[in-house]
Design a protein around this ligand. Structure first.
Ligand SMILES: *Cc1c(COP(=O)(O)O)cnc(C)c1O
Length: 352
């Protein structure tokens, strides 16, 4: 299934993409303005920004590969699955298998399709408990890639402790891609000794969400250098442009900006939970900058009514296990309040 981006309304409050609606750090704009004519003319040198990211993630030299957004990293993992399968099974011609746990980020599905993989979707368990046993049972000799998401999108739920290790130990013939797009909010990460023990575990990070660089495109893969070398062979040599790498350096240096946004997000989540409790809407406690909650049969109508007021949230009713659910960004508190006030009015007008 190819990815269908949700509709947007120009000038609307965008709470449907988990973006940083405060915008990037002002230091990013200064860094962009400082780009010289030569900077634009020469192929970029990735060594300094890669070293900066290795420091940021607390890993040694060689453990970080920057990508054109995390999406490029997710895609290259799928390409690795295809090429690894071609190498190991060229007599049987079996398709590589890619495993996902539903509901999850839509792009895994799209990337698995581009490499003609057999996509194994594990349906949700009650309350989106992580289906570790079913995942282990789904592994076969052809499993080449498992996408895990910590915390998950759209639920905001963390993976259980040790789940990554259990999967990695049971699937030494597969790449285990742990998508940590929201790790800046959860404070959790699989980066650490696990990556040395389980060399086919790759952690994916992005600077799109918490750092507010979605339009500049900067992401990273973190893994043992031998594994990254295999992925590098599948990547183009200059996938980040000079604006992205200057912006990224400036964003990483503005720690206060990130801390402010993360604390806004914590407050916003609490406001959304309070709103849900008042309305008796089930919700899932989130470790990311969004909250999934169940409005019920009116979910799509409510999303549309909000859009008429130029406030966009995501209708998740069609996602596995998410009937009647919407996902709303929990970032800038003033934006959360605006959306919740509008939602309050919409719900009140429907009650009569
Ligand atoms: C937003 C998102 C990404 C995409 O990150 P980019 O760096 O913008 O490509 C990847 N994974 C998850 C789970 C996301 O929500």
């Amino acid at each position: 299934m190819s990815y269908q981006p949700p509709t947007t309304v120009a000038g609307a409050l965008r709470l449907h993409y988990n973006e940083n609606t405060a915008g990037c750090s002002p230091a990013v704009l200064a860094a962009l303005a400082a780009v010289t004519r030569e900077d634009a003319a020469f192929y970029p040198d990735y060594a300094p920004i890669t070293a900066r990211c290795e420091r940021e993630f607390g890993v040694d030299a060689g453990w970080v590969q920057l990508t054109n957004g995390l999406d490029e990293g997710l895609q290259v993992a799928a390409q690795w699955a295809r090429s690894a399968q071609d190498t190991t099974s060229n007599r049987t011609g079996a398709r590589p298998e890619v495993i996902i746990t539903e509901p999850t980020f839509e792009m895994y599905d799209a990337y698995a399709e581009t490499v003609h993989a057999n996509l194994v979707r594990l349906p949700p368990e009650p309350d989106f408990r992580f289906p570790l046993d079913r995942l282990l049972a789904a592994l076969t000799a052809n499993t080449r890639l498992i996408y895990l998401t910590d915390p998950n999108n759209p639920t905001g739920l963390p993976l259980p402790a040790d789940a990554v290790q259990a999967v990695a130990e049971a699937a030494p013939h597969a790449l285990v891609l742990v998508d940590e797009a929201y790790a800046d909010f959860s404070g959790r990460t699989s980066i650490g000794p696990l990556l040395d023990r389980c060399r086919h575990v790759v952690v994916g990070r992005t600077f799109a969400k918490a750092h507010g660089l979605a339009a500049l495109r900067a992401g990273a893969l973190v893994a043992h250098p031998d594994t990254l070398d295999e992925l590098r062979r599948l990547l183009p040599p200059f996938s980040l442009n000079v604006a992205a790498i200057r912006a990224l350096a400036a964003a990483l240096d503005d720690r206060a900006c990130l801390d402010w946004y993360v604390s806004e997000s914590v407050t916003s989540r609490t406001r959304i939970y309070e709103f849900c409790r008042r309305h008796d809407f089930p919700f899932w406690p989130s470790q990311a900058n969004f909250v999934l909650f169940r409005v019920g049969d009116r979910a799509t109508a409510v999303v549309n009514a909000l859009a008429e007021r130029r406030i966009l949230i995501r209708d998740k009713s069609a996602a596995a296990g998410c009937a009647g659910c919407v996902r709303m960004t929990a970032g800038v508190v003033a934006h959360t309040e605006r959306a919740l006030n509008a939602l309050e009015e919409i719900l009140a007008s429907r009650a009569h």
